[in-house]
Design a protein around this ligand. Structure first.
Ligand code: PEP
Ligand code: MN
Length: 357
């Protein structure tokens, strides 16, 4: 059991930025009563454009130290430079986190990881701003290789040109799910504040994350969110956080309910059988595809035929609709199948025919 999975869900809360000593102590006092696991506050703020509030720096570390002593909370700050690590550790910060704008940069991540060699402090790594799972995994592994004892991942959504789906940073659930498949012991935390950018949608995304087996939540909390110096629209009051947590249904991976287990096992067997059939059908489809490649080669035709692909997309979309399946999903699935089919056909077309020469 890791540092971040001792309690489920592991709750991290606190303001986007440590603004004043009073704001830090007021928030920490209210959150201590909610039994959160970790108090967060940004003190070096990496802002998108110059001129915004960039954090109170070392001065705010003193406020955090005070909050820690007064309320017995563990505290975490974002570090983006090796000097930040030095200062944070000097002031007894318990956990460090790496922001999305830093985890995107392997050189910087390596500097930070090197600075943590031999230091016993847990680190949380936010996903990079772009949807690159390997970059995220790479950042995590740099800390693991440096010997950091506990590393967690935070899904805070991915930046895009427009606020698709009404999100500030688009969630992309298959990415954290795949990362967790690749690294089974990795604790995965969701940051619904930076995903939604909107305090009214935090509860919905928090529940979704728990239903997808995330281990924890990081939720920005401020005593007077509308007056916040950064990220005002997405911060909740401690009272709102208490309500969100009270309504959260904590679901688990396993159950001790025997009849539920038996039903699930039965359904899984049916599903495994269907999956085996699907794979057999795909294999048969690929055989047909190779036969078609022989014909195309003999007739000097291209492997990919845009008109045929357009007709196929139309036909599978119509079929999907008749079975109440989202056509975007079916088309995406077929793009993969079709791509593999074309790859096989190209191999046939490009293979030198020994007899001709
Ligand atoms: C933050 O948590 O305040 C923050 C800046 O987050 P991110 O790195 O996800 O933008
Ligand atoms: Mn923020």
């Amino acid at each position: 059991m890791s540092f971040f999975t001792k309690v489920r869900p592991y709750i991290i809360a606190g303001p986007c930025s440590a603004e004043t000593r009073e704001q830090v102590l007021e928030t920490a006092g209210a959150l201590a009563k909610l039994n959160i696991q970790l108090f967060r506050a940004g003190i070096w703020k990496s802002r998108t454009r110059p001129g915004s509030f960039e954090g109170n720096g070392v001065q705010a570390l003193e406020w955090l130290q005070e909050a820690k002593q007064q309320y017995g909370l563990l505290v975490t700050v974002e570090v983006a430079e090796t000097a930040h690590i030095e200062q944070a550790l000097k002031y007894g910060v318990d956990v460090l986190w790496i922001g999305a704008r830093t985890s995107v940069n392997p050189f910087q991540v390596q500097h930070l990881a090197d600075a943590l060699k031999g230091v016993d402090v847990p680190v949380m790594v936010k996903n990079p701003v772009n949807t690159d799972i390997d970059l995220w995994q790479g950042a995590i592994e740099r800390f693991e290789k440096a010997g950091v004892p506990e590393v967690a991942a935070i899904h805070r959504g991915f930046s895009g040109y427009s606020a698709a789906g009404g999100f500030r940073n688009q969630p992309n659930w298959p990415i954290p799910i795949e990362l967790k498949r690749r690294k089974p012991g990795l604790a995965m935390i969701c940051d619904p504040s930076h995903i939604t950018g909107n305090r009214h949608r935090i509860a919905e995304i928090a529940q979704k994350a728990i239903d997808m087996h995330f281990d924890g939540l990081m939720i920005e909390t401020h005593p007077r969110p509308d007056e916040a110096w950064s990220d005002a629209a997405q911060q909740v009051t401690p009272q709102m956080l208490a309500e969100i947590l009270a309504k959260l249904i904590v679901r688990e991976e396993f159950t001790s309910d025997m009849s539920g287990q038996v039903q699930l096992e039965y359904l899984r067997q049916l599903m495994d059988n269907l999956d085996a059939e699907i794979i057999d059908l795909v294999a048969k489809r690929m055989e047909l595809s190779e036969q078609m490649a022989d014909v195309k080669k003999a007739c000097n035709m291209t492997a990919f035929q845009p008109g045929r692909w357009r007709d196929m997309v139309e036909a599978i979309s119509r079929r999907a609709e008749t079975r109440q399946l989202p056509k975007e999903f079916i088309v995406e699935l077929y793009e993969k199948i079709h791509h593999e089919s074309i790859r096989k056909q190209l191999a046939v077309l490009e293979k030198k025919d020994e007899k001709i020469k």
